[in-house]
Design a protein around this ligand. Structure first.
Ligand code: UTP
Length: 268
């Protein structure tokens, strides 16, 4: 099973900071955001972690490449902890596929279809962090308990915030598990079927890759993963794992990135 990390977006909300530095490379306490995501993917038991990258964001690949000269310099200066950290990042086992144009998250995921070999796969958004690395294994357990169905992570938010997110409709079937019947993108507060919002971690059935083939642009002119998940719901079951606000962190806006830094710094 592969873990796909889409990281080819434009990072518009952070401009001009992201003019030359990818959003996924922004610092979170002591390392770039995407390093947490790669570590989580590797901890999940996935046999390969694949970053879906843009050809303009090579600095992501540089971060995950060995830097023997730097390590040597640090060792000569007896800065062994830093040398170890550099070596560790350079040895994380990642591969890459490319999205040549940022046509949307659904399009980015489809760019990795040859990697997934018709098997279920994880999608980990490159700007969402799960520092304890435990969410994917829990999602796999839920999938296994339901004949390999797709499972998405959802985060409860305050009612006045639902209209900023994708929201699920469905029924609770356990303490933290829902059976999903519908996905609603950015509903008005009074139309929201729940306060459970789609949160950056997915375990998806291989049918999603087929549904993404030739998918048409949806909201914002982008090829949306949510549209493919909606189509999937017509054919297959889907479950949601309800996570706690302390389990996952969004770094996708300036405000949430600052909050994530503060929260994770305080945890050290
Ligand atoms: P976002 O919508 O949060 O990222 O997508 P973005 O598009 O870079 O940000 P804005 O909206 O312009 O500010 C979530 C993840 O999906 C990736 C992004 O890199 C991010 O990690 N993504 C998004 C792609 O890989 N390709 C796309 O076409 C869109």
């Amino acid at each position: 099973m592969k873990a796909l990390i889409p990281a080819a977006g434009l990072g518009t909300r952070f401009l001009p900071a992201t003019k030359a530095l990818p959003k996924e490379m922004l610092l979170v306490v002591d390392r770039p955001a995407i390093q947490y995501v790669v570590e989580e993917g590797l901890a999940s038991g996935a046999d390969e972690v694949v970053i879906i990258n843009s050809r303009d964001k090579k600095v992501i690949e540089e971060h995950f490449s060995p830097a023997p000269a730097l390590v040597e310099t640090l060792r000569q200066k007896e800065k062994h902890a830093f040398a170890d950290a550099v070596e560790y990042a350079g040895n994380l086992n990642v591969s890459y596929v490319y999205q040549d144009e940022a046509l949307g998250l659904g399009h980015a995921v489809r760019c990795a279809h040859e990697k997934t070999l018709g098997e279920p796969f994880f999608v980990l958004l490159g700007d969402v962090l799960v520092p304890e690395n435990n969410m994917l294994s829990r999602m796999k357990e839920i999938s296994d308990a339901h004949a390999g169905a797709s499972v998405i992570a959802v985060l409860p938010v305050a009612e006045e915030e639902v209209s900023r997110f994708g929201v699920i409709d469905g029924v609770a079937i356990g303490e933290d598990v829902w059976k999903v019947s519908r996905l609603v993108e950015k509903p008005a507060r009074e139309d929201a079927p729940s306060n459970l919002t789609v949160f950056g971690r997915y375990l998806l059935s291989p049918r999603v890759m087929e549904l993404l083939e030739g998918a048409k642009p949806g909201a914002g002119g982008e090829i949306q993963l949510t549209d493919a998940l909606d189509a999937l719901l017509q054919e297959e079951e889907m479950y949601a794992l309800v996570i706690k606000p302390t389990d996952g962190f969004d770094t996708g806006t300036i405000e949430s990135w600052l909050e994530t830094n503060n929260a994770l710094y305080a945890r050290r």
